[in-house]
Write a protein that binds this ligand. Structure first.
Ligand SMILES: Nc1ncnc2c1ncn2[C@@H]1O[C@H](COP(=O)(O)OP(=O)(O)OP(=O)(O)O)[C@@H](O)[C@H]1O
Ligand code: SF4
Ligand SMILES: [Mg+2]
Length: 330
């Protein structure tokens, strides 16, 4: 990989709660190359959104804070930057799309104004030119009669159209990296597939890098070049989509692949891995997946499994990662 556009090292993000301080993201490291699509996958509560919010400088602080680690965007350290500097990165450098467009779009402003304001917040450009650009963006994200739609309020659009508007806003300043946190999860399966196709086309046209966060291995298979599997705040496995799908080495990855082979089978997601994610406030030493793992041995509960490299960038945090696929130990 060339110089990464995003490089995260040892990221640990903690929350202070009534029962103490716990790490929602614990020592997470990954890189994203320019033009690359990285998928981050894991169950609800595994730390995917907290990772994204840490990168964007949008953690609710307090109770959240980056306790340690480094996040470099285009070679520049962004942990510890003042709020204003972080704000100026969001939009022109790092675009973002979240799951719920109704909460991200302001219900009292016309969508055209929301797009042009985003452009004018970062560029000195006339209102008329910003409006022209907004029409082009709506057109690009597949909204018909874009010139008229600009004057609509968010509630006049369908859920799928609102999410298209969010994509248009995210692209408004031509970011080099797009962070998309469950961008299609709230939508029905057909609309999800259309929006993923759209995002993929735009990614190919623009060459921007994308980090896409999802519960769904089907989305990863269709969209990502590399994948980071997270479990209870830690990296379980990472590697190219080809390697991880053909030779999954972490029992959790094996479970994910067993439960969600395709976008269409969304309803079956993650139901075949018995057990639930541990409460982060009650975590025991050793491997966090141990209570649910059919491969577990005494070693697993004694110490934290280190990330082990298996070639081609595939790294696995499992004492028994040399057993590829669903196989159990002899
Ligand atoms: N504001 C907060 N205060 C306290 N704990 C929080 C806060 N936000 C997140 N957490 C905790 O951090 C952990 C990781 O949450 P996160 O939102 O990153 O999960 P996720 O992987 O994005 O899940 P989902 O798939 O449901 O979006 C969870 O245990 C969650 O309860
Ligand atoms: S380290 Fe042990 S408990 Fe953890 S995933 Fe690997 S085999 Fe299972
Ligand atoms: Mg989330």
């Amino acid at each position: 990989m060339g110089e990464p556009i995003l490089s995260v090292r040892g990221l640990t993000t903690t929350f202070r709660t009534e029962t103490g301080v716990f790490a929602a993201v614990d020592d997470v490291s990954f890189d994203v190359a320019p033009g690359e699509v990285l998928g981050i996958v894991g169950e609800s509560g595994s730390g995917k959104s907290v990772t994204a919010l840490s990168i964007l400088g949008l953690l609710p602080d307090p109770p959240g804070r980056i306790a340690s680690g480094s996040i470099r965007f285009d070679g520049r350290e962004i942990v510890g930057l003042p709020k204003k500097a972080l704000r100026s990165l969001r939009g022109p450098s790092i675009g973002m799309i979240f799951q719920e467009p109704m909460t991200s779009l302001n219900p009292v402003f016309r969508i055209g104004d929301q797009i042009t304001e985003t452009i004018r917040a970062h560029e000195s450009i006339s209102k008329a030119d910003a409006r022209k650009r907004a029409i082009g963006l709506l057109d690009r994200v597949g909204i018909a009669m874009a010139g008229q739609r600009l004057d609509d309020y968010p509630h006049q659009l369908s859920g799928g159209m609102r999410q298209r508007v969010m994509i248009a806003i995210a692209l408004a300043c031509s970011p080099r990296l797009l962070l998309a946190d469950e961008p299609t999860t709230a939508l029905d399966v057909t609309i999800q597939a259309q929006l993923l196709d759209l995002l993929r086309d735009i990614q190919r046209d623009t060459g921007m890098a994308v980090v896409i966060i999802t519960h769904n291995m089907g989305v990863i298979a269709e969209f990502a070049d590399r994948v980071l599997v997270m479990y209870a705040g830690r990296v379980a496995e990472q590697g190219t989509v080809d390697a991880v799908f053909s030779t999954p080495r972490h029992p959790y990855t094996v479970g994910l692949l067993g439960s969600t082979p395709s976008l269409e089978r969304e309803e079956a997601r993650l139901t075949t891995i018995p057990g639930v994610l541990p409460q982060l406030s009650q975590i025991l030493p050793g491997c966090r997946f141990a209570p649910r793992c059919g491969r577990r041995t005494d070693a697993c509960t004694a110490a934290k499994p280190p990330l082990v490299e298996f070639g081609g960038g595939q790294r696995v945090a499992c004492f028994h990662g040399d057993v590829a696929g669903p196989g159990s130990l002899p």
